[in-house]
Ligand binder design. Structure first.
Ligand code: ZN
Length: 268
């Protein structure tokens, strides 16, 4: 067992088969100031390690300066059990979050959005998750046209990378209310579509990208950023012209799209 550095997150020298290194790389990329996806301590990332545990960004750290010691190992069961707490005080919630750390979790406080990540990594079937507050996406999500982002397909690569069906989650306070709203959304989406979404929009808040790999999260985030910029332009120019359901379903199933999906890596 590696030495546990008490002042840090996960044990020094632990890399979880390369997953931690990939998570650090993804975090730094999403935190790149030039991309305008997050500033300061905004946003967080996670990776599923096994059936019992995941790593999530520690509270108070920035994506741009992410390093291996800035992540906390969490236990899925104990983290998801937070959803059952009724009206916890801030102290109770903080204590429960710390108690949900997994073996070798370190001393850092996990992000309050850890519960949301746990849901994406279980019910959402993702291996990597990237949550950001892109200026482009929030320009639409903070408007009364927010649901235009998930209302339909406006260009073919949207389907290839973001998925055929995108999930919109109504506004809820950060923490347990937001996690519960996301859980409701994932379940409704699963029941309706039969598969989890790759792209989740949180009203008046931001974007969640779910992927089978760090690259998948990277590509969903990049395409969601572009898609939102196009939608903002569309809404300034007129009304969106959505592809018909038949056209969109066709794009979702076409063999050449299957190929492009693999190349673009947006598949799951
Ligand atoms: Zn957030």
């Amino acid at each position: 067992m590696d030495r546990l550095d008490v002042a840090k997150g996960v044990p020094v020298g632990t890399n979880y088969g390369g997953l931690l290194e990939e998570l650090v790389g993804l975090s730094r990329s999403l935190g790149d100031p030039g991309r305008d996806l997050v500033i300061l301590g905004e946003g967080n990332t996670s990776v599923r390690l096994d059936d019992e545990s995941f790593l999530v960004k520690a509270s108070g750290t920035s994506l741009a300066n992410a390093k291996k010691e800035g992540f906390v190992r969490m236990d899925f069961g104990r983290t998801l059990a937070l959803l059952d707490l009724e009206d916890p005080s801030d102290d109770e919630l903080g204590g429960a979050l710390m108690a949900a750390r997994g073996e070798g979790g370190g001393d850092l406080r996990p992000s309050i959005e850890a519960v949301m990540h746990a849901l994406c990594l279980t019910e959402g079937e993702a291996t990597f998750v990237g949550h950001t507050h892109p200026t482009s996406v929030n320009a639409v999500l903070c408007s009364d046209r927010a649901e235009m982002l998930s209302a339909g397909v406006i260009f073919p690569d949207q389907v290839v990378v973001l998925g055929r069906h995108l999930l919109h989650v109504p506004y809820a306070d950060v923490g347990l209310p937001l996690a519960r709203a996301l859980r409701d959304g994932l379940r409704e989406h699963g029941g309706r579509v039969g598969a989890p979404p790759k792209t989740v929009y949180l009203q008046n808040h931001g974007l969640v990208a779910l992927g089978p790999s760090a690259g998948g999260v990277e590509r969903v985030t990049a395409m969601a950023d572009k898609h939102a910029r196009i939608m903002a332009g569309v809404l300034a120019a007129g009304e969106p012209v959505f592809l018909t359901a038949e056209q969109a379903d066709g794009l979702d199933a076409r063999p050449d799209e299957e190929y492009r999906r693999r190349v673009l890596g947006g598949g799951r």
